[in-house]
Design a binder for this molecule. Structure first.
Ligand code: ATP
Ligand code: MG
Length: 483
């Protein structure tokens, strides 16, 4: 079906201009697939609505009549028709948000980059290219329309859009455009977290997220996107090989190594964010103790600040917190240990294992091979155990009420350790989940042992006090500990 043809006909008949603009023209000329059709017209929103209805859409909706945009869908194709604008004010601006125009040239002149400022008449196919956008498409470069510093001052988000478009299209930044971004990066601080988030996510799910993130550092933009990452390039993490590798270089490799999905890409970007803060050197070796815990806290903070939806925040934070679990897997883990892993990671297992695979970035091919074998083994063992039983729903054979009855005791905090003990036995394969009889015997034993231990502890602490009082001078270790 010719969507554009029928739209062209109704607008023509009513005496209005209508052009394909922006990303749609750019992507058509590049032969890239495109999702939505962006159109610009001199008609005002009420007329746009009326005319679009005549073209018989499946649905029509206002994207924001005050921005002059009406959306419609035709057999699965989304179409957005916008009245010509005189200004492209950023949403943060205190100025009036939109001023409608009557002139296509004015509308194009306010667009961000030359490749985004080409228009095509949809009846005749004629291309209107006032800023040599087609030539920049051919040269594969992102170049600001007009004076770059004016353009970035009007809307600093354009600096981030430049990087985003470059990585989406595999283009370079034109030199003056790049230089101007470097000189104006600080203006990004005035931009709302939501707008920054949208561009960041697009960069991160692009075909070259590594180049995009590296460009944010290189252009000075990262400080205003995720300042927490600023210490990563200076944090060396490997002094054992002949090459030194910093946390950023490693992170970029992991980022490019996971599938293009927001959750996984964000987790890859942030998985080692806790390293700079936790770095220590002991016996000439570099350590990052508990960097996954520190990193998980930082991740949540970063993503919440960027107004990322809470489902994504939770999942990314979880992946960051857990990424060392799977990384530390070795063949000598018992089945019980693998079952505990399965339960701890829950629904995130598949993603976590993908992240673990990408996290193996040694210079030595044999090390990579060995790491991949390890992850594959963990995965196979998980599948095996999950196939045998519903590991995630394993539980103590006796619940709280049954334990209360068994021991004839009032409900209280004594129940939890007994239940935990029985569950551990089930996870270790030493007790059948349905074997209440055996569970009762083991629970009794455990309780008896508990009261013995409790008595023993009480006794030894009294003895300890007596001996400490009698021969304080004779115990150097005790003295050292107390001083
Ligand atoms: P895509 O939709 O594939 O992400 P796009 O180029 O269509 O890319 P949109 O954000 O949909 O990007 O914007 C549509 C068009 O509007 C752009 O091509 C550009 O011409 C113009 N535009 C968007 N944002 C700005 C801005 N901040 N400043 C100037 N022009 C802009
Ligand atoms: Mg678009």
């Amino acid at each position: 079906m010719d969507v554009l043809g029928s739209i062209a006909t109704v607008f023509d008949r009513a005496g209005f201009e209508i052009f394909l603009v922006g990303g749609s023209v750019r992507d058509r000329l590049l032969g890239r697939p495109f999702e939505d059709l962006d159109l610009a017209t001199n008609a005002r929103p009420p007329d746009i609505k009326r005319l679009l209805k005549q073209a018989k859409p499946d649905g029509i909706y206002e994207i924001g009549a005050k921005f002059g945009t009406i959306g419609a869908t035709f057999a699965g194709t989304g179409v957005e028709v916008t009245t010509y604008r005189k200004e492209w004010y950023p949403t943060e601006s205190r100025k009036p948000e939109v001023e409608f125009g009557d002139d296509l040239r004015e509308d194009l002149a306010r667009r961000d980059f030359t490749v985004n400022a080409i228009a095509q008449n949809i009846s005749t196919g004629t291309i209107i290219d006032l800023f040599r956008g087609a030539s920049d498409l051919a040269r594969r470069r992102i170049k600001a329309v007009g004076n770059p510093s004016e353009r970035f001052a009007e809307d600093p988000l354009r600096m981030l859009r430049a990087v985003r478009l470059a990585v989406q299209l595999d283009f370079d930044l034109e030199q003056r455009t790049a230089r101007t971004i470097r000189g104006n990066a600080g203006r990004l601080q005035y931009i709302s977290a939501e707008r920054i988030r949208d561009e960041l996510v697009k960069i991160v799910v692009s075909p070259r997220p590594d180049l995009g993130i590296a460009a944010l550092f290189e252009l000075g933009l990262m400080r205003f996107v995720i300042p927490e990452l600023m210490d990563m390039p200076a944090t060396e993490q490997d002094t054992t090989g002949h090459k030194h590798k910093d946390v950023l270089a490693h992170t970029l490799q992991v980022l490019a190594g996971v599938p293009a999905e927001p959750t996984l890409r964000l987790a890859a970007l942030l998985h080692d964010v806790g390293k700079p803060k936790t770095k220590s050197i002991r016996n000439g070796r570099i350590h990052f103790y508990r960097h996954e815990d520190v990193g998980a806290r930082m991740t949540r903070e970063i993503l919440q600040r960027l107004r990322v939806d809470s489902a994504t925040v939770n999942e990314v934070t979880k992946l960051v917190a857990l990424h060392m679990r799977s990384n530390l897997y070795t063949s000598d883990w018992s089945d019980g240990a693998v079952r505990r892993f399965i339960r701890e990671v829950g629904d995130s297992r598949e993603r976590l294992l993908i992240l673990s695979r990408a996290d193996i970035t040694s210079y030595r091919p044999r090390r990579i091979e060995a790491g991949l074998v390890r992850v594959a083994e963990l995965e196979a063992r998980c599948q095996q155990l999950v196939g045998e039983a519903d590991v995630e729903r394993m539980d103590s054979p006796l619940d709280g009420n049954e334990l209360i009855e068994l021991f004839g005791r009032a409900p209280g905090p004594w129940i939890r350790p007994v239940k935990d003990y029985l569950l551990e036995l089930v996870l270790d394969g030493e007790l059948d989940q349905d074997d209440k009889e055996q569970a009762a015997i083991l629970a009794r034993e455990f309780q008896a042992g508990m009261s013995e231990r409790a008595n023993g502890e009480a006794k030894s602490s009294i003895e300890g006090e007596i001996s400490a009082a009698s021969d304080g001078a004779g115990a150097p270790v005790e003295n050292a500990r107390r001083s």
